[in-house]
Design a protein around this ligand. Structure first.
Ligand code: GDP
Ligand code: MG
Length: 747
């Protein structure tokens, strides 16, 4: 047992099992011994008698009266108890302190369930000397706990106002005022049940009853009452009942028959007098609801001990406070008990989440919502079942405490679950889109990226939402997932836009590749035209030079811009189809133009590489040198002006070198407007968009390279070097022609 809170519950409970045998309690349990010590095994006893789970379905009776007036004997007959009785020969006190026993005659259906009887030590002080103290204390204890007080007196004592019984009753009345006056609103009534023993029959019960009532009201008016209650009547606090029993020794059969009849009165009654109105007064039930002290059975041992401790310490016994303290103690205890089953279900899940978090691998727990809902409703139901019997205010407060504890843990669980769902959902979404794109690529380039994203997003949101719904807990205001859903949606959008950017990049790469292969072919063709009048675009017309020289760059620029225009169109259309923003398209096109320029520039460089360009110049020269103006190959004769033709052709080709060395347009003699054509960098550009871009002279100002420089195809040194080499080549052709002329003659 957990230790009890201060004030009343300095109890040390015996663990269940200690003295837990029926035989140990053959005579019931001595709740309070002759040294006024409270028995710590009361809980054990009540548990053994199956009273503890009874809730409010139990009753408590105490019996009072002088020593040796047959109290214990009566109880044993009435309730089948085995309280010790005095042997007939010796006249010695047997009952000491306060004993308690459960009714052993229940089950006949004629008596109420779970009647507990307390046999209180006789009070005439014969063997206790002048110990009036115990009488007062036991009266307090009985009144705080019992519904019915049996007052056992001899017939011949009736009317003896000065008799010991009157002393006892005076004490009971005083004590009752002391106890219940504070809470006069709901002061519980008690039943004073007078059992008149050894009734001879000569005086009718009615007369004895009247005498007693007169004595009682005289007694009531004689006691001093607290302020405000001076005019209160005894009936405000007590109901009375009377029964007379024949002499047990002289009329044993009659005695037993009357006791039998009396026993049937220990049953549940109703507050409504009409319900019992037609009954003989001698058969009226004694357990009216208003007598019940409303202490739940499982709290009774703690309550009784608390009450007794207060009494023994001569403290002011304040029952409402005792009941609140009891409620706090029991509600806390019940909280702990119901949390055990909750922990069994929930703690392993919390541990798993903690471990997952430690490893950085949040994972979904299967059916978490179901488990949480079940555990939550179970714990509150269990708590309510056991704790709601206690003080309402305390119960409500403790329930709220438990709720916030439980809900705090469940909230953490569901939030971690949502976090895991978020994380895995985003990952799954990203993978699903990539996979769909890949399979789309395999089938052909025309998959619908926007639609893939759309449908995967829908799936991802639906999955998250269903997890969120499953985690909802009925009646828990904190349990919602809309906020998390919005965050999730935002993340999916972010991932979508990242994936779209990647898709844009892939598209750009494809388009660039297309530009490269187009330029490779068409630009190569243009350069080939330099070398040959017959190759490429077919045989030249007579007397016409192919348009291969003066406007070379104009044609290249036109081909280039037209090709890129074409590519831009392709890019723009496709990008539109996957919902790229105008800004993203703008950036893509800007990048495409720059990259395309790079492709062209590389192609030109390749064409003017030493060997390539030299070959083309030689072809150009040979074309002019070896063919006449009609395009007919010359057969050299010694008489021909080989030297003159050679010089003319050579000089003509040499003019190509400066032309080739600078990219400029014929009309303006200036480089093409590359900077304007590429355009300014779009405002929405990011550093990632610029990362892989090579600088372009005249476009990227801070590169310190001018447009002129960008457009320089051959440097001056290279041009000079090319000139020298070309001349050597031309010289070789000339010598060969010379030789062939002489050879032709000798042939
Ligand atoms: P208690 O001290 O009040 O509990 O009295 P007990 O039950 O121990 O009985 C005291 C004595 O009274 C015993 O010797 C009983 O036999 C005797 N006794 C019990 N019942 C009656 C009764 O109804 N009439 C008389 N005259 N004696 C009784
Ligand atoms: Mg006794």
């Amino acid at each position: 047992h957990p230790s009890a809170p201060s004030l009343m519950m300095n109890a040390h409970f015996a663990s269940v099992g200690e003295d837990a045998s029926q035989e140990a309690y053959e005579h019931g349990i001595q709740v309070i011994d002759e040294d006024k010590v409270f028995n710590a095994n009361l809980h054990t006893y009540l548990n053994l008698e199956k009273i503890i789970p009874a809730g409010f379905n139990y009753h408590l009776i105490s019996v009072f009266g002088s020593q040796s007036t047959g109290k214990s004997t009566l109880l044993n007959y009435l309730f089948g108890t085995r309280f010790g009785v005095m042997a007939e020969q010796e006249r010695r006190q047997t009952t000491k302190g306060i004993w308690m026993s459960k009714n052993k005659r229940e089950g006949s259906g004629r008596m109420a369930d779970n009647i507990l009887v307390m046999d209180v030590e006789g009070t005439d002080g014969r063997e206790r000397g002048e110990d009036q103290d115990f009488e007062r204390k036991s009266a307090l204890f009985a009144l705080a706990t019992s519904e019915v007080l049996i007052v056992n007196i001899w017939e011949h004592q009736v009317g003896l106002y000065q008799g010991a019984n009157m002393g006892l009753l005076k004490t009971v009345f005083e004590v009752n005022l002391q106890l219940f006056v504070k809470d006069s609103q709901n002061n519980p009534k008690s039943l004073l049940f007078f059992v008149i023993r050894d009734h001879l029959g000569t005086t009718p019960l009615r007369n004895l009853q009247n005498t007693l009532l007169q004595d009682l009201s005289r007694l009531w008016s004689s006691i001093s009452k607290p302020a405000g209650l001076e005019n209160s009547r005894i009936e405000d606090y007590f109901d009375f009942a009377f029964v007379a029993l024949p002499h047990k020794i002289l009329q044993p059969e009659k005695f037993e028959a009357e006791v039998e009849r009396l026993s049937t009165r220990f049953r549940e009654g109703y507050n409504d007098p009409k319900k019992s109105g037609l009954m003989d007064e001698a058969d009226l039930p004694v357990f009216l609801p208003q007598y019940h002290r409303r202490i739940p059975a499982d709290g009774f041992p703690v309550y009784a001990q608390g009450v007794w401790d207060q009494i023994v310490d001569n403290k002011d016994l304040d029952l409402p406070t005792q009941q609140e303290l009891l409620a706090q103690f029991r509600c806390d205890e019940i909280s702990r008990e119901v949390l055990v089953a909750f922990d069994e279900k929930i703690t392993p899940l919390e541990d798993k989440q903690a471990e997952d978090a430690r490893l950085g691998t949040p994972a979904l727990i299967l059916d978490l919502g179901v488990v949480m809902n079940a555990a939550r409703s179970a714990i509150f139901k269990n708590f309510e079942t056991n704790a709601s019997r206690y003080h309402k205010g305390v119960y409500t407060r403790k329930r709220a405490e438990l709720e916030s504890k439980v809900d705090g843990r469940l909230k953490a669980l569901s939030q971690k679950q949502l976090h895991a769902a978020h994380k895995s959902g985003v990952e799954e979404f990203s993978t699903a889109v990539s996979t769909a794109v890949k399979s789309g690529q395999k089938k052909g380039a025309n998959y619908d990226f926007a639609q893939i994203v759309e449908s995967e997003k829908k799936k991802a949101l639906a999955k998250f939402e269903s997890e969120g719904k499953a985690l909802m807990i009925e009646g828990a205001p904190w349990s919602h997932y809309k906020q998390e859903l919005n965050l999730y949606r935002k993340d999916l959008d972010e991932v979508s836009s990242r994936l779209r950017k990647e898709e844009m990049r892939r598209l750009a790469t494809r388009v660039e590749r297309w530009v490269r292969s187009r330029l490779d072919e068409s630009i190569g063709l243009e350069f080939n035209k330099i070398g040959t009048g017959r190759g490429g675009s077919g045989a030249p017309e007579h007397g016409e030079r192919p348009p291969s020289e003066k406007d070379l760059w104009d044609r290249i620029w036109t081909i280039f811009t037209e090709t890129v225009d074409d590519a831009e169109k392709r890019f723009g259309e496709r990008a539109q189809s996957f919902d790229a923003s105008p800004e993203e398209v703008e950036v893509g096109l800007w990048r495409l133009r720059r990259k395309s320029w790079g492709v062209l520039r590389a192609k030109i460089d390749e064409e003017v590489m030493e060997g390539n360009i030299l070959l083309k110049l030689r072809e150009n020269f040979e074309d002019k040198f070896r063919y006449d103006e009609h395009g007919v190959p010359r057969i050299w004769r010694p008489t021909d002006d080989i030297e003159g033709i050679y010089t003319k052709a050579r000089e003509s080709t040499i003019t190509l070198i400066p032309l080739l060395s600078r990219f400029k347009l014929k009309a303006t003699s200036a480089p093409p407007p590359l900077d304007a054509w590429i355009g300014n960098a779009p405002p929405s550009i990011t550093s990632a968009d610029e990362e892989d871009l090579a600088p372009i002279g005249g476009v990227d100002e801070d590169e310190g390279k001018s447009l002129e420089e960008e457009m320089t195809v051959l440097s001056d040194t290279k041009s000079a070097d090319l000139l020298v080499r070309f001349k050597k080549t031309a010289d070789g052709v000339y010598v060969e022609a010379k030789r062939s002329a002489i050879g032709g003659m000798t042939q």
